[in-house]
Design a protein around this ligand. Structure first.
Ligand code: CA
Length: 224
């Protein structure tokens, strides 16, 4: 997944970038509208994080040029607290979501995951991996022909694992994905354990293997 950050506040851009790299995204940065347009003309991005107030113009004009391209990336607008009008304009032009500054990293992560999930799953109704299959419109998972009867959190957890197979996911990133904004205030992520335990049990009871492995001190890894 490749993300372009268009932001002239370099400290903020760096901070967002570090966070995304920690979350295993490939990141590029542009500090001006001209630089962003050049990059978008040359490369394909899955997501553009777009500040509107840029030194050489309004970020909204980038949305227009992106629409002329073959595949439009998902667009997340960053706006100042008082610019409701710009936000509406951006959404009307085809931006997918917006975030008001200042924002928490966890909130940004949650928005990005939901945008990319929507985008990646747009054309798919079923997600399959080994004997596991998930019917996305119905939000139902099954192993072979056996329904797993997951809770909402277990279902989201399974989707997150299936989107990130063979990769160590930290407890924090899983918690952020499942609970979003306020989770960075948590003292520990022990509450996650029960959801993972239950999901694992439902899969093995249906005849599946132990796909979710705890990686001591690191997090969890999902492999089939
Ligand atoms: Ca700015």
């Amino acid at each position: 997944m490749k993300i372009l950050i268009v932001e002239d506040n370099l400290l903020l851009s760096e901070e967002i970038g570090r966070n995304l790299v920690d979350n295993h995204f490939k990141v590029e940065q542009a500090a001006t509208l001209a630089a962003a347009e050049e990059k978008c003309a040359l490369y394909q991005y899955d997501l553009v994080i777009l500040d509107l107030g840029l030194p050489d113009g309004n970020g909204l004009s980038l949305i227009n040029s992106l629409r002329e391209g073959e595949i439009m990336p998902a667009i997340l607008i960053l706006t100042a607290r008082n610019s409701v009008e710009e936000k509406v304009k951006g959404l009307n032009l085809g931006a997918d979501d917006y975030l008001t500054k200042p924002f928490h990293t966890a909130e940004l992560n949650a928005r990005i995951h939901s945008l990319l999930r929507r985008r990646n799953f747009d054309r798919k109704e079923t997600l399959e991996m080994g004997p596991l299959s998930v019917n996305l419109p119905a939000a139902r998972a099954q192993l072979g022909d056996t329904p797993l009867n997951l809770t909402r959190k277990e279902y989201d957890l399974l989707l997150y694992f299936m989107q990130n197979p063979d990769r160590v996911l930290t407890k924090q990133s899983i918690a952020e994905y499942l609970w979003g904004d306020h989770i960075d205030q948590a003292d520990s992520f022990d509450f996650l354990y029960n959801h993972i335990k239950n999901l694992r049990r439902k899969i093995t009871r249906a005849g599946g293997g132990n796909y979710i492995r705890a990686m001591y001190g690191m997090g969890y890894r999902f492999s089939i």
